[in-house]
Design a protein around this ligand. Structure first.
Ligand code: GAP
Length: 537
């Protein structure tokens, strides 16, 4: 059955996956808290990423598709960095979105997220705007147009539509625009640029000159530490530096649950390589990262790799591909970004050396002001690399796979949500909601139940629970009918339930039940820990 987004949102609240931040005060838009199960799920997403990309990486052999073996190390940098970092990285000037305000409704919109349709009635032509997209956008604009022209539903045929839904960015003059929440025309302001970095003041007596920013990406911490990593380890090209951490983006219109938040976590790799081999590394990381999501359970038909067109590229990028997922809150056929894999060239290291660069044709050149002075000065430090093999000095090129931990977590939740039927203890089919999370990601790996609360079953179950707990996150439950206990764990996404029953007392075996296939089998209690450990990864 297709999932409605509000069913997942309700489950996340009910089972303690996600709560709105500061909920008892009415919440704060764009900020989310992970509950007891959510915190485990997101930690498992981060740990799977770190294990697969960094800790478990074998630097002695080239993984499939990699041009040669490479090394991986990690960093954990501060959230607030020297303000000059953001000037040289380009974020100070370019990390912006355009917004429009509505004078009538007092609402603010991201310019590129407002859509609309041109419609004419009795010689009057109006652009009817909506925040919705796809079929919902078409329905919404029709209802708004009927209201605006004072028509009833049965008169909808009198409206003459000129084309389908298009972005508000295609409309140059807002005089004939009916805003998404307005009753009169021309209430939307012209688009204005808005920097998305959160500003703060450092120090108790700080003034504007002590302004600093919450990092808008984790990547820059890696670039400014490039020399420190080279000097303190034995890494040599090619190598990657990984970082997981919070980043901030003062989104104009946060929406779609955690998909567009203002505070979120990022899992990034800056992969340094020789310029001539960078195209192969770019292809390697695109494919490697795409496969990672598939291996952890995202369906191939809901996941795609999309190359950016030239005008979509970020200011630093000379090639980017997005890994995108068909989130259920998007109109059919639309995909939302999960991760970007960018070829950043030598933009960042050179910017932190020389000063902020701009692209001129195929060249990166120093950006200068009207007097010919650098617009933003670099550190002046040498961030080049001496290649022992070729005896050459150069600035390495960078491939950056940049994933959102919260978006990945949301995608895994969307993919896992399912409603089906499972037999209860009497064999009667019962409706159940189940989260079919990959066992590596599931917050609770197994639940341990004594079938009944007597005959020594709880004692054995508690012993087994204690043994398992040393190896994985497990849950103990002895309350209520066993069928109900199974269903509770299905909804929490627990892949295995272990039941201690009458036969356990006779031969020491316990029943394991698989959440997805509902298959049940018996193993000896001595083998239980290894059996489950092998399955949950
Ligand atoms: N260093 C490059 C960089 O930061 P980005 O496209 O800004 O690139 C990378 O972000 C990833 O972070 C995205 O692919 C997405 O998964 C996640 N992300 C971006 N904005 C987000 C937001 N407002 N809320 C949640 N996740 C977001």
């Amino acid at each position: 059955m297709a999932m409605e987004m509000d069913q997942l949102v309700a489950l996340c609240k009910r089972r303690g996956y996600l709560f709105q931040s500061s909920e008892i005060y009415g919440g704060l838009n764009g900020f989310w808290d992970y509950g007891p199960l959510g915190v485990e799920l997101k930690r498992n997403v981060r740990e799977a990423w770190w294990r697969d990309m960094v800790a478990g990486h074998n630097e002695l052999i080239a993984p499939p598709g990699a041009p040669e073996p490479y090394q991986m190390v990690g960093l954990d940098c501060s959230i607030i960095m020297h303000p000059q970092v953001w000037k040289c990285s380009g974020h100070f000037d370019l990390f912006c979105d355009f917004m429009v305000d509505c004078r009538e409704s007092k609402r603010r919109y991201r310019h590129d997220q407002v859509n609309g349709r041109w419609v004419e009635h009795r010689g009057r032509r109006v652009f009817v705007a909506t925040e919705a997209a796809g079929d919902e956008g078409l329905r919404d604009t029709e209802q708004k147009a009927l209201k605006f022209f004072n028509l009833r539903n049965k008169d909808a045929g009198e409206l003459q539509w000129d084309g389908g839904l298009v972005s508000l960015t295609t409309v140059t003059d807002h005089a004939e625009v009916l805003g998404p929440d307005a009753k009169t025309l021309g209430t939307l302001t012209p688009p204005r640029e808005f920097n998305l970095m959160f500003k703060t003041i450092v120090g108790a007596m700080g003034g504007e000159e002590d302004a600093a920013f919450l990092r808008p990406e984790t990547a820059q911490g890696i670039f400014v530490n490039f020399k420190n990593v080279l000097d303190s380890t034995r890494v040599g090209l090619p190598f990657g530096v990984a970082q997981i951490g919070k980043r901030f983006r003062n989104e104009i219109t946060p929406r779609n649950f955690t998909f567009r938040s203002r505070e979120f976590e990022q899992m990034e790799i800056e992969f340094f390589c020789r310029p001539d081999s960078s195209p192969q590394w770019y292809a390697y990381w695109r494919d490697r990262r795409y496969r990672w999501y598939i291996d952890l359970g995202l369906a191939g038909d809901r996941l795609r790799l999309r190359d950016h067109s030239k005008d979509e590229l970020s200011h630093y990028s000379c090639g980017t591909a997005d890994i995108e997922y068909a989130f259920p809150f998007l109109p059919p056929g639309e995909f939302g970004e999960l991760e970007g894999v960018a070829h950043r060239g030598d933009f960042d290291l050179r910017s932190h050396m020389e000063g902020k660069l701009v692209r001129q044709g195929d060249q990166l050149v120093l950006e200068v002001d009207a007097e010919g002075k650098p617009r933003h000065r670099g550190s002046g430090k040498d961030l080049s690399y001496f290649d022992d093999q070729t005896k050459q000095r150069f600035v390495p090129h960078v491939i950056e796979p940049s994933a959102g931990a919260d978006r990945a977590t949301l995608a895994f939740l969307c993919q896992a949500y399912c409603e089906d039927e499972a037999p209860d203890e009497n064999g009667v089919p019962q409706k159940r909601t189940v989260l079919k999370l990959h066992p590596r990601l599931a917050p609770i790996k197994a639940a341990v139940f004594p079938l009944v609360k007597k005959d020594g079953m709880p004692e054995i179950a508690r012993d087994l629970y204690g043994e398992l707990k040393t190896r994985m996150n497990v849950f103990y439950d002895e309350k209520g009918a066993v069928g109900r206990r199974y269903r509770r764990q299905d909804e929490a996404g627990t892949p295995y339930c272990v039941t201690i029953d009458g036969q356990t007392l006779q031969d020491g075996t316990v029943t394991i039940r698989d959440r997805d296939s509902l298959r049940q089998w018996r193993v000896h209690r001595r083998e239980l820990v290894d059996e489950l450990a092998g399955r949950v990864g």
